[in-house]
Design a protein around this ligand. Structure first.
Ligand SMILES: [Fe+2]
Length: 465
């Protein structure tokens, strides 16, 4: 029951209004002060105006319990007094007659206002929570959307990072199986990562994963760092690091959401990871194939790797996506794998080749296709290999494809292959210099080579070769 202090000289029966309230009746302000000092639970003081009302308001204003509300019944209508009392912090002032009915009416009104205010407060809080929840559902929805998209491994990680960055307004690093990923290659993230490694006195990301503490944030050089372990199949596979300004923090709710996103993404990350591992396995098969040719042919030794590096340089200038670049890399490394069936005599022959020998050599793109297309998931790469000797003008082999009907990756390899062939030493001649090779390629733009890719190749800084 609410405690109400009632200060009046009038004879009033507190029982008339005491039904819902506990009324503490005082005849004057001195008594009222004593009551207030004795009882800290008084919530409301109802005063009948008299000498000393102003001072009493000042006293209440300074009183430790700031929540006491005051309601003043004026002796007679006076706007000036009304204003003074409001200024001194009165909750309400009325010129209604001071009697039990009006007191009761005011108490009821105040009670309702309180109720409404609390209700609005509650409502506001609910709306805030709801809004947060909507945001969180949006993030979760985005996560499931990403997971449904057929993105590459890097693509999935990048989108997850972007989402979490959006959610907490910090920077996110994704460490998985000793590699790190970030949404953009931001140097400050890398520098910070280095600092984290230094902080823990470890030298590898794998070691860091094991060393870092759990959810409690820790400070590194002015930033707050949160660590979310990534568990796949009950094993710690990596960490999601969130870097925030020292003044920011991750709420428990957000932390739950991040864990939720990570566990939802777990299977997809794992699959993408397995695909990547599969790709790596394929690369290993490819490498052993290349070694087999290299063993027979001195020239091919190193040539395939150099063609791969040049091809990737061109592809990056062209802004090709990661998937295409990976395929291009494998195709470049393997482009001459079809030479594996040729005899060493032909491969290392110093003099001019006979027509028959030349015919055999020209079979290598088709042979390469036949070998590589046997490997699981490498059909696309096999096609790129098949067409690396096609010409832009349609006079190449084996299919005589023309212009854009030649796979873009094959058109890239054709240029890189020619450049390396011209600049490498052969058993019968020394390699030519960079300028000469560039000149040859320029001469053949629109004939042997795609003119646009050729221009891009020619625009690469000489020092990068
Ligand atoms: Fe070739």
């Amino acid at each position: 029951m609410k405690k109400v202090l009632l200060v009046t000289k009038a004879s009033i029966y507190e029982n008339d209004i005491a039904f819902f309230y506990q009324i503490l009746l005082c005849k004057n302000y001195l008594e009222a002060r004593e009551k207030l000092e004795e009882d800290s639970n008084i919530e409301l003081a109802i005063l009948e105006e008299e000498e000393g009302t102003e001072e009493f308001l000042d006293y209440i204003y300074l009183f430790p319990n700031l929540n006491i509300k005051t309601l003043i019944f004026l002796k007679q209508k006076s706007t000036k007094n009304m204003r003074t009392y409001f200024k001194k912090g009165a909750f309400d002032v009325t010129d209604e007659r001071f009697n039990p009915l009006n007191i009761f009416y005011y108490l009821d009104k105040m009670e309702n206002e309180d109720k409404t205010r609390n209700y609005v407060k509650k409502l506001e809080k609910n709306i805030r929570t709801l809004n947060n929840e909507i945001d969180e559902y949006k993030v979760l929805y985005e996560t499931t959307k990403i997971l449904r998209l057929d993105l590459s491994f890097g693509g999935i990680i990048e989108r997850i990072i972007e989402l979490i960055e959006m959610l907490v307004g910090g920077k996110v690093l994704f460490i998985l199986n000793h590699n790190y990923y970030s949404a953009k290659s931001e140097w400050d993230k890398l520098i910070l990562l280095k600092k984290v490694l230094k902080h823990y006195n470890v030298f590898s990301l794998g070691e860091l994963s094991k060393t870092m503490p759990g959810y409690e944030p820790f400070e590194v050089e002015g930033s707050k760092l949160y660590n979310f372990p990534i568990i796949i199949k009950n094993q710690l596979q990596g960490n999601l690091l969130v870097l925030l300004d020292r003044s920011n923090k991750i709420e428990e709710r957000q932390a739950e959401l991040i864990n939720n996103i990570l566990s939802q993404s777990g299977i997809v990350i794992e699959n993408a990871f397995l695909i990547k591992e599969g790709e790596k396995r394929n690369i290993d098969i490819v490498k052993s194939l290349v070694k087999a040719i290299e063993a027979k042919d001195n020239y091919t030794k190193g040539h395939s790797d150099r063609v791969a590096v040049l091809s990737i340089m061109i592809a990056k200038e062209m802004n090709l996506d990661d998937v295409k670049i990976t395929e291009l890399e494998m195709a470049s490394v393997l482009h001459d794998v079809g030479k594996i069936g040729l005899s060493e005599n032909i491969l290392n022959k110093e003099g001019k080749l006979t027509d028959f020998e030349y015919k055999l050599i020209k079979e290598h793109p088709q042979k390469g296709y036949e070998i590589v297309s046997q490997i699981k998931d490498m059909k696309k790469i096999a096609m790129i290999i098949k067409h690396h000797h096609e010409r832009w003008d349609g006079f190449g082999y084996p299919a005589g494809l023309k212009e854009k009907s030649i796979p873009i990756e094959s058109r890239i390899i054709a240029i890189a292959d020619t450049y390396d062939a011209i600049t490498s030493d052969r058993p019968y001649r020394k390699g030519k210099d960079h300028e000469f090779a560039i000149g040859e390629i320029r001469k053949n733009l629109g004939k042997q080579f795609d003119p646009i890719i050729g221009e891009i190749f020619l625009s690469i800084d000489k020092n990068l070769f």
